[in-house]
Design a protein around this ligand. Structure first.
Ligand code: IVH
Length: 665
């Protein structure tokens, strides 16, 4: 079909605009349009391309969804080899490296724990992407790399080289890694050992549609072949240029002098390691001056001008003393290995998850085995594999129970699911304990002082059978418990009383419907009253954005159980209440909250918002980390929003913020 000129230029304009928005969103961290507007532009382009398939160009942002599957990867020969780095495993080795560089300027970078790729741009267009392979040739993963949103399909600006090879690392943020593994475990599919494996498995996929569903990211750290442009003579300036051409670079690098500066950098990064959104396995020091780099050259396959200063490994070897079953809030039975205590990256680990029955079988784990455990990706430590050579003669196989070890109810495993569950529901003390802990937690009903130890006693002594029993506790009953004075007991009664005034979103979150986390609870509270929610059909629920069939099914099932309906009614009767228009989870005290403000606010300036929040006792910081408890996302919020989503942090908009502030007036 002949494409009208007007349509052609309309598509070109759309491609350009969308690519520009991608750059501001992913690379410079300063989005120019709200997401909704971006989506409209992309939709417009997709519609045009659907009508005129010849319009589709290699750099069209619509091409990020994935190409047809391949039978095998083609090979790509690297025109400049992709070398590796020498490692320093301790301070001494780092100092040895730097002893000849007294006042040398270094550029210190994070050592990303993903996989190295080389991207080749010709006349500004991404023409190929290759894995490192053996350093001389790698696999052609072009279709897959195109699905990674932070990799530009087209370079920005005009002054880019005619040929540019960019080297960098593809990685998977920790939060996505954890979610991916949870999904894999539930489906009974392969569990990834760490984010690096997950990234490699996702990029080296013959089906790029699978890659497209795996949230990978990319940082550039070097160049290969460059033609047509004279590059600056300092490494950090080259990276700056890459950023201008649209390539993402890490903001955590630092220009510094001599080994003392390097070691300080090492220490400060090591402290932040757990708070980073992605895994790193060390830092890299690079001589910044290219002339000096050239002079120093290479020895075997690594440069003399750089070194990787490695962090402690996130894996360790230890023995399994026993295997227990833990029963979770929703009855899920998780096998847990009790270990000979072992230190992993600065933390003593005594327990590690074995995920589920199938995983345990697949790994052939037995009591008495020597195993590799890992806390990569910040997850609960997990057993990775058995070291069979070290298996003692007498190992004990673990028999997965048919009855719940806590309440004796039958264990049920639904066909197609990997998780075995106790069928006891609230009858099961383990489930009751977890449900009660969740109900009382800070982000749910926020019952001050009702900690895990107390919950356990309340359940063990049958003082609380149903949720409502909590609100019937007396000072006398509480003082009969271990380590509970009269004053503490009175405080708990007061905290229970105080918790009765809440928000609908908190309440929905607190009652513990499967798969309904804070953000889903928020969404539900915005669309339903509690009565309407209890009566909602699966279809009505699915009509709400972000509610998929599985969550909808769990909600319907929850309210089909008369015990749950009764429990909610009893809680309301005893006085739990929320303002009619309260639809976000808000804290009654902001003292423990850590806010980050991002994007543009229209009703107030960010400084005003900051002052008001601080006046209420909250902390307001600039960057999103695991410590952040709430992100206020104004218009055009960008990478901070993405990061908060990645970390599963509560996100509110300006209207929510105003409501929150008003509730304190
Ligand atoms: S520079 C000639 N910088 O580490 C040196 N590498 O052992 C080229 N890596 O395969 C590499 N972060 O996958 C460099 N900031 C960084 C890095 C980095 C991670 C990886 C890369 C490479 C390996 C080298």
């Amino acid at each position: 079909m002949k494409i009208p000129k007007k349509i052609e230029s309309q598509a070109a304009k759309l491609r350009h605009t969308i690519n520009e928005h991608n750059y501001y969103y992913y690379v410079v961290d300063d989005p120019r349009v709200p997401d909704s507007e971006y989506d409209l532009l992309l939709r417009e382009l997709q519609d045009l391309e659907a009508k005129y398939p010849d319009l589709v160009t290699a750099d069209s942002p619509s091409q990020r969804v994935g190409a047809p599957p391949l039978d095998a990867f083609a090979k790509i020969v690297h025109s400049v080899p992709m070398l590796s780095l020498n490692n320093a495993f301790n301070y001494q080795e780092a100092e040895d490296f730097a002893k000849d560089f007294a006042n040398t300027e270094f550029f210190a970078e994070l050592k990303f724990d993903g996989l190295a790729v080389s991207l080749r741009y010709e006349d500004g267009l991404l023409v190929s992407a290759a894995t490192r392979g053996d350093g001389y040739s790698g696999e052609d993963v072009t279709a897959n790399a195109k699905t990674i949103k932070t990799i530009p399909l087209k370079l920005r600006g005009e002054n880019y080289p005619s040929v540019l090879e960019v080297r960098g690392e593809v990685f998977m943020p920790k939060a996505y890694f954890n979610k991916l593994n949870q999904k894999q475990a539930a489906k009974g599919e392969k569990i990834f050992a760490n984010p690096r494996n997950a990234a490699a498995g996702s990029l080296r996929q013959l089906k790029s549609r699978v890659t497209a569903q795996r949230p990978l990211s990319f940082f550039s750290y070097a160049v290969g072949v460059v033609e047509g442009v004279e590059l600056p003579q300092r490494h950090n300036d080259i990276l700056k240029l890459l950023q201008q051409w649209g390539l993402p670079i890490s903001q955590d690098s630092q220009l510094l002098t001599g080994i003392a500066g390097c070691l300080k950098y090492y220490e400060s990064v090591l402290k932040q390691r757990q708070d980073l959104a992605f895994d790193i396995d060390g830092v890299v020091y690079k001589v910044n001056d290219l002339a000096l780099q050239k002079e120093l050259g290479y020895v075997s396959r690594a440069p003399r001008w750089a070194i990787a200063h490695k962090f402690p490994a996130q894996e360790a070897i230890t023995q399994i003393n026993d295997i227990d079953i833990q029963v979770g809030r929703t009855g899920a039975l998780t096998p847990v290995a009790r270990l000979n205590p072992v230190e992993v990256a600065g933390v003593t680990v005594t327990n590690a998850t074995l995920h589920n029955q199938d995983e345990m079988k697949r790994k052939d784990v037995r009591i008495g085995d020597t195993v590799v455990i890992s806390r990569a990706g910040d997850v609960i430590p997990a057993v990775m594999r058995v070291i069979l050579e070290k298996r003692p003669k007498k190992t004990q196989e673990f028999i997965f129970p048919k009855q719940c070890p806590v309440c004796g109810s039958d264990v049920i495993r639904v066909a197609g699911e990997a998780v075995a569950r106790c069928s006891g529901g609230f009858f099961c003390a383990a489930q009751r304990k977890q449900a009660l802990k969740h109900f009382a937690s800070r982000r749910a009903m926020d019952i001050d002082g009702l900690g895990d130890k107390l919950v356990e006693q309340l359940i063990d002594r049958d003082l609380v059978i149903k949720l409502v029993d909590l609100y019937r506790l007396t000072v006398e009953q509480l003082t009969s418990l271990e380590r509970m004075g009269k004053k503490s007991a009175q405080n708990i009664i007061a905290a229970l009383e105080k918790s009765k005034s809440t928000t609908l979103a908190r309440f929905i979150y607190a009652i513990g419907i499967r798969e309904v986390g804070e953000s889903t609870a928020n969404t539900l509270a915005q669309h339903f009253t509690i009565e309407a929610l209890m009566a909602a059909t699966k279809q009505e629920l699915q009509n709400i954005p972000d509610i998929g069939p599985i969550v909808a099914q769990h909600i319907v099932k929850f309210f089909q159980q008369s015990d749950n309906i009764n429990s909610i009614e009893e809680l309301q009767t005893i006085g739990i209440n929320w303002p009619k228009n309260s639809n976000t989870i808000i804290n009654k005290s902001l003292a423990e909250e850590v806010f980050v403000l991002t994007g543009t606010l229209s009703q107030m300036t960010r400084t005003e918002a900051k002052t008001q929040l601080e006046n209420l006792g909250a902390k307001v910081t600039n960057s999103v980390s695991k410590k952040t408890t709430c992100l206020v996302a104004g218009e055009k919020a960008g990478s901070k929003l993405t990061k908060a989503q990645t970390l599963g942090i509560k996100i509110i908009n300006e209207a929510d913020l105003i409501n929150l502030l008003k509730s304190y007036e």
